[in-house]
Design a protein around this ligand. Structure first.
Ligand code: HAS
Length: 549
């Protein structure tokens, strides 16, 4: 039998593919729950066997938002770093496996509790909703697991610099370091609330907790969490999509600078999720709204960079005018089409984010299903379509198989299904949100109320969109299984673009990790110290001094 050629060593391919199996099993479970939710909200379907709406919603959010993303992202980043730096040594691989098993054990613990209806607390697990302690311990294990991966990524990058003095570090490894640095700093917040507040409370050691503090620590982590989803998609846009279209990276320095800005400004902005929350001084909300508007800039730089890449390639192929490049792109290749549609969806997704962050407008949309529409455009389309596009080359390149024309056709169909389904569902969510429709709310909670009659049509539209998305998910799973186990053996390229000859070399200061870590921490301290002191000192019931509970 013909042997396939893998893009990474067999050991590393196995490591990365283990992450991919968990990610795609999660896609199946989570998206199935998503379909059930939209059907139940349409008012024409009731969940069987006494299963509760909020239980399904918790599985959907945790499995897709936390598990699928984390496993896919870490798998992808390990593969990209290994590919561009020359591979991991035994210690690094062992640490990455420890990370994988810790995350998997944590996931199984948390998922079991949700399935037993002992952790119906949604993906944000806000107190006073309380879960079984095993759920929180599971979450803590997942986070600790990701820290191990972070150390592997830092260590490998440092080893590359030591072994290749004076040489430019690989762009994808650099971006992975920034992503994990942001993640390690941000996840401290959620780790603190889980370990010091939630676990003692769930064990009954403490009767109450400072809820505002726990929500603030959660959102200190929650916004960088959404950038933890976005940055790997940006890695693919900057370094991989140019290769797929036959072009080059427009500017290595611009890409690195964008990532530095994302590191600096994605953490001190959590209050934009708490704009309607009493107990936080409006001045500090205002400061964090300004910082939120600043973190929009690196996304604008990314848009600019992508346009430049497309235009430069288009002109090489003879395109004229500002949008002539559109005719020259490989539309028939799903490895390009999927991430490109992801980019397109980020235009309304990002605009919606700016609406959310604008204090007055936030009062209109907060806690409405508009917000759900926003994150289905951003994470569920921009990020997911980019990840699907990557899976089409990543999986066969790791399994020593090929991405055939027939699979590509199926992948185009999946991209179209996802685009159509998400357009219908998220548009309906945005409109229903503007009409005041609440998010996270089962049909039964407002059925029969005359004031809410206008929402009905939008909920049916969401069920139609959700059903199309479900089909898209099934097609994606078929493609994944095919690429992992059945596609013809061969060699599939791991596409990484070269930097354009016209681009200048990045300045040395970009590798000054002490500086960037210090500036990040300084911004965090600036944005959070005084409000946190306030939140702790003014904790009810009239407590003075340090009060976690
Ligand atoms: Fe958000 C809530 C603000 C981006 C995810 N967001 C959420 C929640 C999630 C989420 C999950 O300020 C709900 C959390 C919960 O459960 O409560 N968000 C923003 C802002 C941005 C933003 C300012 N969000 C994201 C991304 C996410 C995500 C990215 C996931 C991946 N978000 C908020 C706020 C809330 C919020 C408030 C709280 C709402 C509330 O009240 O609860 C910005 O980062 C957006 C910047 C993006 C841009 C777009 C740049 C466009 C590009 C595409 C270029 C296209 C090309 C193709 C090249 C400015 C890069 C062009 C081709 C042609 C042919 C034209």
């Amino acid at each position: 039998m013909a042997q396939g050629v893998r893009s990474l060593s067999k050991k590393e391919s196995r490591l990365v593919m283990s992450h991919m199996y968990v990610a795609f099993i999660s896609l199946f479970i989570g998206a199935t729950c998503g379909l059930l939710q939209t059907l139940e909200r349409s008012g024409h379907f009731q969940l069987p066997a006494g299963i509760g709406y909020y239980q399904i919603l918790t599985i959907h959010g945790v499995i897709l938002g936390l598990v699928l993303t984390t496993f896919f992202i870490l798998g992808f980043m390990l593969s990209a770093q290994s590919k561009t730096t020359g591979g991991y040594n035994k210690t690094e691989r062992t640490l990455a496996w420890i990370a994988f098993w810790l995350m998997l054990a944590g996931t199984i613990m948390a998922a079991t509790m949700i399935l037993l209806n002992e952790a119906t607390v949604l993906f944000t697990f806000y107190a006073p909703l309380q879960a079984h302690v095993i759920f929180y311990i599971g979450l803590a294990l997942v986070i600790v697991g990701t820290w191990f991966d972070g150390f592997v990524i830092f260590k490998r990058h440092a080893r590359f610099r030591k072994e290749n003095p004076g040489e430019r570090t690989p762009l994808l490894s650099y971006m992975a370091v920034i992503t994990m640095l942001m993640w390690q700093i941000a996840s401290l917040g959620v780790a603190i609330t889980v370990i010091f507040q939630m676990i003692p409370w769930a064990l009954g050691w403490t009767e109450t907790m400072n809820i505002l503090l726990s929500r603030t620590l959660f959102w200190y982590f929650g916004h960088p969490l959404v950038y933890f989803w976005l940055l790997p998609a940006y890695m693919m846009w900057y370094a991989i999509v140019p290769k797929i279209i036959g072009g080059k990276i427009f500017s290595d320095s611009l890409a690195r600078f964008t990532f530095i800005l994302l590191l600096l400004f994605s953490i001190p902005v959590g209050f934009h999720h708490q704009l309607t929350e009493p107990g936080i001084d409006p001045f500090w909300k205002f400061i964090q709204v300004i910082l939120t508007m600043i973190v929009v800039i690196p996304s604008m730089m990314t848009a600019f960079s992508m346009f430049a890449t497309f235009e430069a390639r288009g002109r090489e192929l003879g395109a004229k005018g500002m949008f002539g490049w559109l005719k020259k792109m490989p539309w028939g290749d799903a490895r390009f089409l999927a991430p490109f549609i992801g980019m397109l969806f980020f235009i309304p997704g990002g605009a919606g984010g700016i609406v959310n962050a604008s204090n007055q407008m936030n009062q209109v949309v907060h806690n409405t299903i508009w917000v759900t529409g926003h994150f289905h455009l951003t994470v569920a389309t921009t990020v997911m379509l980019t990840f699907f596009g990557a899976a089409y080359w990543l999986v066969p390149s790791l399994t020593g198989r090929t991405y055939t024309k027939s699979i590509n056709k199926l992948a185009i169909a999946q991209t179209i299904l996802w685009t159509v389904g998400m357009t219908i569902m998220s548009t309906a969510m945005h409109i229903q949100g503007l009409l005041g429709g609440p998010r996270r709310s089962a049909f039964s909670t407002y059925a029969g109320n005359e004031d809410t009659a206008a929402w009905g049509a939008y909920q049916i539209a969401q069920a139609v969109g959700g059903s199309i998305l479900f089909l898209g998910m099934v097609v994606m799973i078929i493609i994944f299984i095919n690429l992992a186990f059945f596609a013809p053996k061969g060699e599939e390229e791991y596409p990484i673009a070269e930097v354009s000859d016209k681009a200048i070399a990045p300045p040395k200061v970009f590798e000054n990790w002490k500086l960037w870590t210090a500036v990040t921490l300084a911004l965090v301290l600036f944005a959070y110290t005084i409000p946190l002191i306030d939140i702790i000192q003014s904790a009810p019931p009239g407590a003075k001094g340090f009060k976690l509970w």
